[in-house]
Structures are given as C-alpha cells and as structure tokens.
Write a protein that binds this ligand. Structure first.
Ligand SMILES: [Zn+2]
Length: 71
C-alpha cells in the first residue's frame, strides 16, 4: 500500500471512531506523513479515480561531506 500524499509506505491498522463506541474498521496509516486512510475513503477514491498528485514528494536530505579535503 502506497500513500497517495507522499508515496510513502502505509501499514495496516485497526481504526476506531473518536467516541470509541463504533466498531473498529480496517485502515492504513502512512509511516512517512501520518496520513490515515480507511476502506470507505479508499472506495470513494477508486470510484472517483482522481489523478495522482505527483508534485508532493518527501524531502530528500542530501549529505554533503565536509572537511574531507585537507588544506
Ligand atoms: Zn504519506
């Protein structure tokens, strides 16, 4: 499962409503940005078939080697 926001990895998770009275539903949580998606939202997205937003990607840190060369 890939996050629709950041293309990060999503893990399966059991979700429950805020009041805790509703039954739990299966969902997915992005380990990268924390986006939560449940089966209902997934179904809506599949029905709409929205185009993927490619513009937002997770920031990649570039490691710059400092002090490697001697003067
Ligand atoms: Zn994400």
């Amino acid at each position: 499962m890939i996050c629709h926001r950041c293309n990060g990895f999503m893990v399966e998770e059991l979700l429950s409503d805020m009041d805790g009275q509703s039954s739990r539903a299966q969902g997915y949580r992005c380990v990268n940005c924390g986006e939560v998606t449940d089966s209902v939202l997934l179904r809506h997205r599949q029905l709409k078939q929205l185009p993927k937003k490619v513009g937002r990607q997770p920031r990649r840190l570039e490691v710059i080697a400092l002090g490697g060369s001697s003067c």
